[in-house]
Design a binder for this molecule. Structure first.
Ligand SMILES: Cc1ncc(COP(=O)(O)O)c(C=O)c1O
Length: 470
């Protein structure tokens, strides 16, 4: 079996990819995208194979989705059994047992403060639910002026129109202008390329002060929530803030009566070595946590908004939470989520995330002497990003015109790797790729992944040298 994409003719690939009628999703993507998307035919564990027999290791679990790896028969069987018993029951008209059992298990893993779960079909829906829930609670409890959302620049919270307004993504400005309600932005506590005279701790303090100032400027009575990815994903390249920052934002929000929302859609569900990222700072828990992606590990769409019982019950006693989607708490999704949790327990994957994450991190760090473009390796557990630079000394990013994110994806494919990299904020903050394989990855597979990655990065370095960029 081949490892990686070989000898693709772009013209031919383009014609073959877009037959009429139909076409795969990339029929909508920019035709200038020069990375051919392989047609995946089969997947098992951390491996995927395309229709030409090329093999890829799933370096980033897609966009950090595949918690337990591909092709798990136990999960598939649990979904089939549920579909044969009750495939659907509309949550406004009926309860379903899979919802009851899954919510109980999810909430007990999340622990005190997160006793209720509203189950959706994904991350953006869960973020929408969190904001709508808090807004409805504010209106129902006599605080209708609370409507402002504060979020970070850069950040990512979803692709619905309201989430696009909350995201800290500078490239979307022309699209959003006059179209979406924009949140108020404060700087994210970035850790690598910092303003002059700042170290990471000092900059994080500056960012927490910015939150305090922003709430005062807007008037606390007008601010509904501060929304943050507690550990970053693609938007920041897996930035992990200092503990003092998390304590500060918790104190600031509590002091002003502003809700703190942790978007754990990407970073939650065991990947960082704790079930919730919030569990790394147990004395600074948020009011609301949103989850998705890894919850059902890609076997079906599933998301969750976790909230404290007192808030949910209070609103239920007033107006009730008005909004839902037809697929909320779908029984097959809940059965899949439950079966994924069974696998997480059976294989002790939260512990393994911390252990194998350390192996991978050491391997990535060890590439520095040979691969001069490795600028920063950051993250926690099995959620890491590698930031690529043209000059390690000055932290100069790779030049925009070469499309660094596309290049690393392409070199990955040629070396048998599926790598998630996109130019967040148009590359304004630099270029990185995500290293977050399924938590089931073995020690041997970690070694193989690192070998292939060293090959991909070496090829990229060679190309950059040939173009006299290095
Ligand atoms: C931090 C974060 N929040 C929200 C979302 C949106 O989730 P979804 O794509 O499932 O709608 C994503 C997706 O990448 C994400 O990374």
């Amino acid at each position: 079996m081949n490892a990686g994409l070989s000898g693709t003719d772009p013209e031919h690939a383009l014609k073959a990819a877009f037959p009429l009628p139909g076409g795969t999703q990339d029929v909508y993507y920019a035709r200038s995208n020069f990375v051919p998307l392989p047609m995946i035919e089969r997947a098992s564990g951390v491996y995927m194979w395309d229709e030409d027999g090329n093999e890829y290791m799933d370096v980033s679990s897609g966009p950090v989705v595949s918690t337990i790896g591909h092709g798990n028969a136990r999960v598939a069987d649990a979904m089939a059994a549920q579909a044969k018993t009750v495939e659907y029951a509309f949550a406004r008209l009926a309860r379903n047992c899979a919802n009851r059992d899954y919510a109980a298990r999810l909430c007990s893993l999340a622990g005190p403060g997160f006793e209720r779960a509203s189950l959706t079909s994904g991350g953006s829906e869960s973020m929408e639910n969190a904001i709508k829930f808090l807004r409805q609670h504010a209106v129902a409890t006599g605080k209708p002026s609370k409507s402002k959302i504060i979020s970070c620049q850069p950040s990512y919270h979803g692709a619905t129109i309201s989430m696009l307004g909350i995201n800290g993504e500078v490239m979307m400005a022309p699209f959003l202008d006059g179209f979406a309600v924009m949140s108020e932005k404060i700087p994210a506590p970035l850790s690598y390329r910092l303003p002059e005279n700042h170290d990471a701790q000092g900059y994080a303090r500056h960012c927490a002060d910015a939150l305090d100032r922003k709430i005062r400027d807007l008037g606390a009575k007008n601010v509904l929530a501060f929304v943050i990815e507690p550990i970053g994903g693609l938007s920041t390249g897996c930035v992990v803030p200092p503990a003092e920052y998390v304590h500060s934002i918790r104190e600031i929000c509590s002091g002003y009566g502003v809700h703190l929302v942790f978007d754990e859609i990407l970073c939650g569900f065991g990947r960082t070595g704790k079930f919730l990222a919030a569990h790394h700072w147990p004395d600074s828990l948020p009011d609301i946590v949103t989850m998705a992606k890894g919850l059902a590990s890609g076997y079906c769409p599933l998301g969750a908004m976790l909230a404290p019982a007192n808030l949910v019950d209070e609103l239920a006693g007033l107006t009730g939470f008005e909004f839902q989607y037809s697929y909320n708490a779908n029984p097959v999704s809940c059965a899949a989520g439950m079966a994924v949790l069974d696998e997480v327990d059976r294989q002790d994957l939260v512990t393994r995330a911390a252990e194998r994450g350390a192996t991978l991190r050491a391997g990535l760090e060890a590439m520095r002497p040979d691969i001069p473009i490795v600028g920063d390796v950051r993250g926690l557990g099995m959620l890491m990003a590698v930031e690529l630079v043209a000059d390690r000394e000055t932290k100069t990013p790779l030049p925009h015109h070469i499309k660094p994110a596309d290049k690393i994806r392409l070199h990955g494919l040629r070396n048998g790797l599926m790598i998630y990299s996109r130019p967040a904020s148009g590359g304004k903050y630099g270029y990185w790729f995500i290293v977050a394989p399924p938590l089931t990855i073995t020690e041997d597979e970690c070694g193989e992944l690192l070998r292939r990655l060293q090959g991909a990065l070496s090829d990229f370095v060679q190309e950059l040298r040939a173009a006299e960029i290095l």
